[in-house]
Design a protein. Structure first.
Length: 569
């Protein structure tokens, strides 16, 4: 008789028997963790076992007769059979026509203790289960039971009005309150009574107003009026954030979920979740995030706008946090940098992989740069499954500068302090890579000194070296922080002018450079005057590889030198 009551109530629940991802993830997890071919979540009816979720079978249900799953539900306890052949009690039982030897099952219960099904896994060969594995299986069972309790709150009016009192039992997982549209409390779970620190007789019949601060009463009345007038359907659910108050007078924040009750259109069912600890964890997390030296940001994958950034991230971009949220990189950063960031974001979206960017930089209006090591990856909101791009950037400017000093010693021309040929080639390759990402331009300027060889021949290498050393200092002063100046041979130099917003920047640079080269140089009371022949090319219009750019710049320089020689003659 007890079993029949259970079955009648269970049938009244009318659980959705179709497969749902929230249950399928548990069966998949168990199959992978235990390496078993068969895992089922079953719901019990009078003569059937319905497969709510399944791994290893295409069946929708099977007969309850002589079923181990049915025995698990009837016993109402954990059932582990390492080898069915060795079990006198269960060796004749089976599950459909599956040839199994190993079985492990647990009953699934509602909050009021009602057994409605089982979670079970099977194997074709016998096996043992360690205690740690059993603990894991029990935890998964509790998680499934929690998922099963959720639809109870979401049942429509015509689904199980007879179960309201059963649902609002002492064993309910949730703090639930049933009240009329005027706010009178009709029923409350033990969890709700404990949450508000009341006994049943003190709360039932009173108004819900006693559970909220005075300043929130107008908001409550407005919510109730809105629900009464809006044709609030039986299946609709509304969510609000409220402040509630315990009997002791302590206020605490809650998430309040409201739907029409099972009993009547004139009653509401409230689910109250104390979010004090959640908000405190959020506050502590925010403190931690803001205390980190790293730059942290989150972008919406729909339009790549910022939905979150910490203070360090905003300041690094030259803005305040409130000015960043809702904006895109193009709204906040120079176009070449914004384009590079956009290409990185698109790559993350396209591949789904973690993307690491070394020595990424942001250039500021004063032309200084800060360098970052950045990781970008996709994350998903577990509630909505909506995807975002999470970015973590470490400011490596100081370390980058120290490394640059060591790097400079190994990659610079010892006489002039400019980059050597090896470093020049590396720099151009790096700029090609950056320009491909940001669709930017840069120029290569090839310089050959006019009149240096006769000076070196007639006045000696000492004077020649002193002249080159002086020119090295002047050339360094002529370039910006992100550009490159290199000496690649006796009196030959190459400059790389980056971040070209306009080609006139190159002409301006050449003009500055010639002024510095033509300025007289005094060595041992002797004055030396030089000039230079210059050729320039631009990436990508004049070349797209290191070799192409250098060869064409060299050709342009020699053409300029021949023209100058002919003019002089």
């Amino acid at each position: 008789m007890k079993n029949e009551v259970r079955l009648n109530q269970e049938s009244a629940l009318q659980f959705n028997l179709s497969q749902e991802e929230r249950f399928d993830r548990f069966t998949r997890m168990l199959s992978r963790y235990f390496n078993v071919p068969l895992v089922f979540i079953t719901f019990i009816e009078e003569d059937k076992l319905w497969l709510k979720s399944k791994v290893g079978s295409d069946l929708s249900f099977f007969n309850r007769n002589n079923s181990i799953c049915s025995s698990t539900a009837s016993l109402n306890k954990e059932l582990l059979i390492p080898n069915l052949d060795d079990s006198e009690d269960f060796n004749k039982l089976k599950i459909a026509n599956f040839p199994i030897k190993f079985y492990y099952g647990m009953p699934l219960r509602l909050p009021n203790g009602l057994v409605i099904g089982t979670i079970c896994m099977m194997d074709h060969s016998s096996r043992e289960v360690a205690e740690g594995e059993r603990a894991f299986f029990r935890d998964i069972t509790k998680s499934i039971e929690w998922e099963l309790s959720r639809p109870i709150f979401e049942l429509s009016n015509d689904q199980s009005p007879m179960l309201l009192q059963s649902i609002l039992s002492e064993n309910s997982f949730d703090a639930l309150i049933s009240l009329s549209l005027d706010g009178t409390i009709k029923l409350a779970t033990q969890k709700a009574l404990s949450l508000f620190e009341y006994e049943q007789q003190d709360l039932i019949g009173s108004n819900f107003e006693r559970l909220i601060p005075k300043r929130s009463k107008v908001k409550l009345h407005n919510v109730l009026k809105q629900l009464a007038k809006s044709g609030f359907s039986s299946n609709a659910i509304r969510r609000f954030q409220f402040k509630c108050i315990r009997r002791s007078g302590e206020e605490f924040p809650v998430n309040l979920t409201v739907k029409k009750s099972f009993e009547s259109d004139q009653h509401l069912l409230l689910k109250i979740v104390d979010i004090s600890q959640i908000l405190e964890r959020h506050r502590l997390l925010q403190v931690i995030i803001e205390s980190l030296p790293d730059l942290i940001f989150i972008k919406d994958t729909a339009d790549l706008s910022y939905v979150y950034c910490n203070q360090n991230c905003a300041l690094a971009m030259g803005h305040q946090v409130e000015d960043v949220i809702g904006k895109k990189d193009a709204d906040l950063l120079p176009s070449n940098i914004a384009k590079a960031f956009l290409q990185d974001d698109k790559k993350v979206l396209r591949t789904g992989n973690v993307l690491e960017i070394e020595n990424e930089y942001i250039e500021y209006p004063d032309q200084t740069r800060r360098y970052f090591h950045t990781k970008k990856l996709l994350i998903a909101d577990p509630e909505t499954n909506k995807q975002y791009i999470l970015g973590l950037s470490e400011d490596i400017t100081d370390g980058y500068k120290k490394e640059s000093q060591l790097f400079k010693r190994a990659n610079e021309d010892s006489l002039t302090g400019l980059a050597n040929r090896f470093r020049l080639h590396q720099f151009i390759k790096e700029e090609i890579s950056r320009a491909q990402r940001s669709l930017a331009q840069f120029s290569v300027v090839y310089v050959d000194l006019d009149g240096f060889k006769p000076i070196n021949d007639h006045h000696g290498h000492k004077s020649g070296d002193a002249i080159l050393e002086t020119l090295g200092e002047r050339m360094s002063d002529a370039i910006r922080g992100g550009d490159c100046a290199a000496r690649i041979g006796g009196d030959e130099f190459v400059f790389v002018i980056t971040n070209l917003k306009a080609l006139t920047l190159v002409d301006d640079f050449i003009e500055r450079l010639l002024i510095k080269i033509r300025k007289p140089i005094y060595i041992d009371d002797e004055c030396f005057e030089l000039d230079a022949s210059i050729g320039k090319v631009t990436y990508p219009s004049d070349g797209e590889t290191l070799t192409e750019l250098l060869e064409k710049a060299d050709q342009a320089m020699y053409l300029a030198k021949r023209v100058k020689t002919k003019s002089a003659s």
